[in-house]
Ligand binder design. Sequence first.
Ligand SMILES: Cc1cc2nc3c(=O)[nH]c(=O)nc-3n(C[C@H](O)[C@H](O)[C@H](O)COP(=O)(O)O)c2cc1C
Length: 163
Amino acid sequence: MARFATGVTVVTFDAGGEHGGLTANAFMSVSLDPMLVLVSIRKASRFCTHVRKGDHYGVSLLTGEQREICNKYAGRPFQGSILLEEMDGIQVVAGSLAQLVAQVVDIHEVGDHLLYIGQVRTLAIASGSDPLIYFSGEFGDFRSRTGDERQSLRLFWPDMAVE
Ligand SMILES: Cc1cc2nc3c(=O)[nH]c(=O)nc-3n(C[C@H](O)[C@H](O)[C@H](O)COP(=O)(O)O)c2cc1C
């Protein structure tokens, strides 16, 4: 699976009044109407202790400049500070490519992971930054081979206000 290139997200949650989160690349869009997303989380993770059906979780899609943040939320040595902002009662990472808050509508146990299907309640999209890419255990940059990012965003979400 390491040969599948992905973006990198920080999935955040309310850990009994405290902020919790983990780095995750097993994130995907599942449905557009209703707008559903999925994150696959290792059962032993703190996320699974705290997040139940009906709860909310946040997903922040990291930019290339946010690589250090990824280390912190993966439990690796980390230097610096992280700016968080609140969205629908969940802390999300400020300055991300996109942030969303989803409400858990289904949880599926599959092997040693739980699949959390979330209905997107709030979505914010920024433009002008490149994503952090993860491939073969390494981090890299995105290089467009087509064209205008704003135009592509408008194609998918004609009514969306893109910053
Ligand atoms: C690039 C990257 C992607 C990751 N993706 C996932 C993932 O999709 N699901 C998961 O459960 N853990 C994933 N992890 C591992 C968790 O971030 C890490 O185990 C974290 O410490 C779990 O949080 P916990 O301390 O609450 O268990 C990933 C780590 C990295 C560095």
